[in-house]
Ligand binder design. Sequence first.
Ligand SMILES: [Zn+2]
Length: 208
Amino acid sequence: MIHEILAVGPLQCNCSVIGDETTHEGMVIDPGDDIEDILALIRKHNLQIKQIVITHAHIDHVGGAMKLRALTGAPILLNQNDHALLRMLDVQAAWIGMAPPGKGEIDQSVGQSDTLKTGSLVADVIHTPGHTEGSVCLYFPVEKTLIAGDTLFAGSIGRTDLPGGSFEKIIDSLHDKVLALPDETIVIPGHGPMTTIGEERESNPFLK
Ligand SMILES: [Zn+2]
């Protein structure tokens, strides 16, 4: 699996560019900003982008999605429970001093137990409400890799004080769904360094 991770935008959201090495079909996860840099990686690996997957509708994750959709023709996949947040992208932009990205749209809602396929790559969608109502994680079972969005960070968890956030729900999502994954699972959080499920199970103070 081709997997490039780059931190984009002022909040340094971890965007993943993922591709099948044989068919060169690929997906982009959380293209929050810096679309030129993302396009450079797409070209470097000669990828045909089939899906743009958004872990949740905060602007630092979704801000560049419409631009990337226009450039690649790929649909935007996002859980419908984040629709309200998507409708207030310009308000979100003002919070962090970003240029308003315009109206966001969902081409296809994704939810619990959906399977996304790109070439030979398979990702399971895990609905993990808490940071937002529509937050999802993507688990690649063959590669044992989790794209965690803002649900789980190295040594921390996503904030729950923004609209749609719930501390009880994020704790339930983490215990019931995320910690059900094997210890050796590599976790790529929405921000900051990579970690593993085992490491977080053992040392994350929010998971005690
Ligand atoms: Zn967020």
